[in-house]
Design a protein around this ligand. Structure first.
Ligand code: GLC
Ligand code: CA
Length: 515
């Protein structure tokens, strides 16, 4: 793990799915200018950093995670110059911008892939993971085959139109499997660095890295992929020491070793993140039948393994999961954000979650969204046409919007002091005012028992210690606690009573208490 850029200490991120954010030229699709026009809004909410989903030339078979040209902005969003302007405008407001780097695969339309399909040997022959016969398929992976005269099958990473770039095999076993240090894989890695160099030079502040843990193949413990990222880290330390890197990996002990500053807790894999918000009985539901203990156990395991240094990022949601508001409702959303914004690591708010945008049900898949489409519907800004997202005809919108009469909007929530928007705004303000609550403050869990409420932990930095108590349940709960809180820094919901070594918490209540 390398030195963290200073700005990560108090970064609060806002994830923008550009298609659905703000359309300024009435084609029904969000664009760079739309993001630029909302930078002041994002800043007003309290976020000081953004992550933009892939915005590069693409046939959009997977919403842009199928890149056709890494160094050209998708024309539907604007030009490279517009993107440069976006970086400049963000910087002028003291904000930082991460682009989404998709290192594992391209689209089938990428010129590298087209060249690699040729039966004649060329510079790109080894750029992707090809077997050496059409009759042999790469084991354990899906593949593309029979679409060119090259006698081989090409492994794919995700959808079958996303051919896998070749970073080598940790332990090559077949003649067509190359080692990490072979020429082809080395050239792929250098090409990746060129892409990073291109955008970092233009002013981007770093990357969110897609499927970061799966680059080297047959690499069960991730040792090869860790080594690969360490190599990238050396390059960054040399040329762009201020670049920030966050991985979609979900195993912080590995990714942080690989030189990432931050890793996401994911809705898949071992994190137990779904226990909180997205399972049959989520901990944050008012029903109060959830269990937070397995999540906490796993969190602590990762926290210790990462030597309490790297940042573990807990997102409110993202473009791949159901909207938070699908399972968590009303005041519980506020309690959930009190948790999200008082945990260590850098918080990530998925655009629209700050107003509790709903999951739009029963949509036809758009651009490879499938069940994810409902979490990707266009932002609801105001009470105008198409909720202020676009002036295009309704049928032209990228994805249909939430049609309910009471759909939340930014305008309505900003006008209402009691809204989720305002609660989040307050919470970010409190976080930013206390070192102990920021990304690097330590955490110690005080109460996180199986099938029990509330959740309590102490955040600390130097002399400052803050007890956080979170009770999503719609019933009063209490726990034994010898700590003696002094003043209240933040409270939402009802009363907190401390008496005779016992703390009693009102229903659906969250509080931060100075110790
Ligand atoms: C990541 C992205 C997801 C995409 C996939 C393939 O999980 O978040 O949206 O479909 O990778 O690139
Ligand atoms: Ca547009």
């Amino acid at each position: 793990m390398s030195n963290q850029p200073k700005w990560l200490d108090n970064a609060v991120f806002y994830e923008i799915y550009p298609q659905s954010f703000n359309d300024t030229n009435a084609d029904g699709i969000g664009d760079f200018q739309g993001i630029i026009e909302k930078l002041d809004y994002i800043k007003e909410l309290g976020c000081n950093a953004i992550w933009i989903n892939p915005c590069f030339a693409s046939p959009f078979g997977d919403a842009g995670y199928d890149v056709a040209d890494y160094c050209t902005a998708a024309p539907r969003y604007g030009t490279n110059e517009d993107l440069r302007r976006l970086f400049d405008e963000a910087h002028a407001r003291g904000m930082h911008v991460l682009l989404d780097l998709v290192p594992g695969h391209t689209s089938v339309e990428h010129p590298w892939f087209k060249a690699s399909m040729s039966p004649e040997r060329n510079e790109y022959t080894d750029r992707y993971v090809w077997t050496d016969s059409i009759w042999e398929q790469p084991d354990g992976m899906n593949c593309i085959r029979g679409i060119s005269d090259r006698d081989g099958s090409c492994a794919v990473n995700f959808f079958s139109n996303q051919p896998a770039l070749n970073y080598g095999f940790y332990k090559p076993e077949k003649p067509w499997q190359q080692g990490m240090d072979d020429e082809g894989p080395r050239a792929t890695l250098e090409a990746l660095k060129d892409v990073m160099r291109f955008w970092l030079k233009m002013g981007c502040d770093g990357f969110r890295v897609d499927m970061a843990g799966s680059l080297v193949k047959n690499d069960e413990d991730g040792k090869g992929t860790i080594r690969l990222w360490q190599n990238v880290r050396e390059f960054l330390d040399r040329e762009f020491p201020a670049a920030a890197m966050v991985s979609e990996w979900g195993e912080p002990d590995k990714s942080l070793q690989g030189g990432f500053h931050m890793d996401f807790l994911l809705h898949f894999g071992p994190s137990r993140y779904n226990d909180l918000f997205r399972c049959e009985e989520p901990f944050f539901s008012g029903r109060g039948k959830g269990d937070v203990s397995a999540f906490v156990e796993k969190y602590l395991e990762n926290y210790e393994k990462s030597e309490r240094k790297g940042l573990i990022c807990i997102p409110s949601g993202n473009h791949d999961m159901d909207r938070l508001a699908r399972s968590i409702h009303g005041d519980n959303l506020k309690v959930a954000f009190a948790f999200l914004l008082s945990m260590p690591g850098a918080p990530f708010i998925y655009a629209g979650d700050e107003i509790g945008m709903r999951h739009v049900e029963n949509l036809v898949s758009v651009e490879g969204g499938y069940n994810r489409t409902g979490a990707r519907s266009p932002m609801q800004w105001d009470s105008g046409v198409n909720a202020g997202f676009s002036t295009a005809a309704k049928e032209k919108l990228y994805i249909p919007q939430d049609e309910s009469a009471d759909r939340p909007t930014v305008e309505a929530q900003m006008a209402d002091e009691g809204s989720l928007w305002h609660e989040i705004h307050r919470l970010i303000g409190v976080r930013q005012a206390h070192e102990a609550l920021k990304s690097k403050g330590e955490i110690e869990f005080v109460y996180a028992e199986k099938d029990a409420y509330p959740l309590a932990y102490v955040r600390s930095s130097g002399e400052e210690k803050i007890l956080v108590i979170i009770n999503p349940a719609a019933r009063e709960v209490s726990f034994d606690c010898a700590l003696a809180p002094k003043e209240t820094i933040y409270r939402f919901g009802g009363e907190i009573a401390c008496k005779d070594g016992k703390i009693t918490v009102a229903p659906q209540t969250a509080a931060f208490l100075a110790l």
